[in-house]
Write a protein that binds this ligand. Structure first.
Ligand code: FAD
Length: 410
């Protein structure tokens, strides 16, 4: 496994760095005012970040997963709020389409998403179906020329601005759960911003109600009944993106902590000279470094899965159903990617929250203000232990993989 990047990859990551620096003060101001960062899409579009890992055929840059992760790592330094935009738009938005949509769907929807004209979201969670999406009650009915969708989703990231989303519902007659691409301009959709969030204040979440929303037949993703399989495969990418962003959060916590500890004097010497402060610093370094290697290793496994699927699609007619049968190579690669991204997300998010808490402690009262970067990391990283699979459920998932399916406790 080689985690080094080439000059070309480094150049792209340095462009991401430049945009992050340009946006920093605006993002901080938006955070305090709890406003959507409206410069994010236009500024990152200029360097192609909105299509970083998407094939050139659809207007993306076609970068590999590690480059995308390292870009998210840099964006994570600006906070989970900014990084969450990309997790939703790209990881569980565009990459889902790239992986599961047919050629016509990809041609219709992807190009506008890579240039920032169309924003994506992923609508799985319902008020009564969070960790257990199989309990969803959203329903669809095949009425001949289209599907009629009824139900409620909540907490949907980018939900207030998304133009295209994927959503999941069960067939009213058979109970099978399917996945759909939904144009948010369709009739029968009501959306409302979810206010009073603790953190992640520069991106917005929405409650989305479908009331007999008409979905064209051609917007069904893959086959009827593959909804949860598709959603769970998207969450592999979602978790990886959260892990990558968390590394950036820890890096920023480290930088901020060092800056403060090297300049603040108490009891006659710099905070950085105190052994208990050094313990906080070393814990941050350990959290960041351990998360980094777990995440890069997971990115490597995800790349192998991607390469296999793309090759399989070229060679196999009707690949969507074939992949679901007992294709042992696919299953092994997907299981590896799933396990490693789950471990990386679990570890990196727990570590990021721990690092943010430690940084805040080193800052003392100076950290206890919403204007401090470490306070922002503290509030934002808390969400990452809940979304893209709550960490308790991920622990159970890791255990059941070792124990076997019959021990599955979730
Ligand atoms: C900021 C934010 C953004 C989000 N963005 C999106 C989005 O873009 N799209 C989307 O579809 N959803 C989104 N979500 C929803 C998110 O995925 C869910 O909140 C998450 O899956 C947990 O579901 P829940 O909140 O209903 O909690 P619950 O499922 O009710 O879980 C509550 C607690 O119980 C634990 N728990 C659950 N089951 C078990 C079990 N079997 N054993 C032990 N413990 C268990 C959980 O780990 C958790 O700690 C977002 C949520 C947040 C907070």
């Amino acid at each position: 496994m080689n985690f080094n990047t080439t000059n070309d990859q480094d150049e792209f990551i340095s462009k991401v760095d430049t945009v992050c620096k340009t946006l920093r003060s605006f993002e901080e101001a938006c955070y305090i005012e709890e406003k959507l960062n409206e410069k994010l899409v236009p500024e990152f579009s200029k360097i192609g970040m909105l299509g970083c890992p998407i094939s050139k055929e659809y207007g993306g840059l076609g970068y590999d997963i590690l480059t995308y992760c390292k870009s998210l790592e840099r964006i994570g330094e600006e906070g989970n709020s900014m990084r969450t935009f990309f997790s939703v738009h790209t990881s569980i938005g565009q990459m889902l389409l790239q992986g599961w949509a047919n050629q016509e769907q990809k041609k219709e929807f992807l190009p506008a998403t890579t240039n920032g004209k169309s924003i994506m979201a992923f609508a799985l969670t319902e008020p009564q179906a969070g960790s257990d999406p199989s309990a969803m009650t959203s329903e669809y009915e095949d009425v001949g020329d289209c599907y009629l969708l009824t139900g409620k989703k909540h907490w949907i990231g980018n939900g207030t601005i998304a133009n295209i989303i994927t959503t999941y519902a069960r067939d009213k007659t058979t109970g099978k759960i399917s996945a759909f691409i939904v144009d948010m301009d369709s009739s029968g959709i009501r959306k409302k911003e979810m206010k009073n969030k603790m953190g992640l204040l520069t991106i917005k979440n929405a409650e989305i109600n479908f009331e007999g929303c008409r979905i064209p037949k051609q917007n069904l993703l893959a086959n009827v009944g593959q909804g949860l399989n598709i959603a769970f495969s998207a969450l592999i990418d979602g978790r990886l993106s959260v892990a990558a962003g968390s590394i950036g959060v820890m890096k920023d916590c480290l930088n901020e902590t060092l800056r403060h500890a090297m300049s603040r004097t108490q009891h006659g010497s710099l905070l950085a000279k105190k052994q208990l402060i050094q313990q906080h610093i070393s814990s941050i370094v350990i959290g960041m470094e351990s998360s980094k290697w777990l995440t890069y290793r997971a990115a490597f496994a995800r790349q192998k899965l991607h390469d296999y699927v793309e090759q399989f699609k070229l060679e196999q007619e009707g690949w969507q159903s074939e992949l679901n049968r007992s294709n042992s190579t696919y299953s092994q690669l997907r299981t590896d990617a799933d396990r490693l991204t789950t471990i990386a997300k679990f570890h990196a998010t727990n570590m990021a929250f721990d690092c943010a808490t430690r940084s805040l402690q080193v800052f003392g009262s100076f950290g206890y203000q919403k204007t401090s970067r470490v306070a922002k990391h503290f509030l934002d990283s808390r969400a990452t232990m809940i979304y893209e699979g709550a960490n308790e459920v991920l622990e159970l998932k890791i255990a059941s993989e070792v124990l076997g399916d019959s021990f599955k406790a979730y």
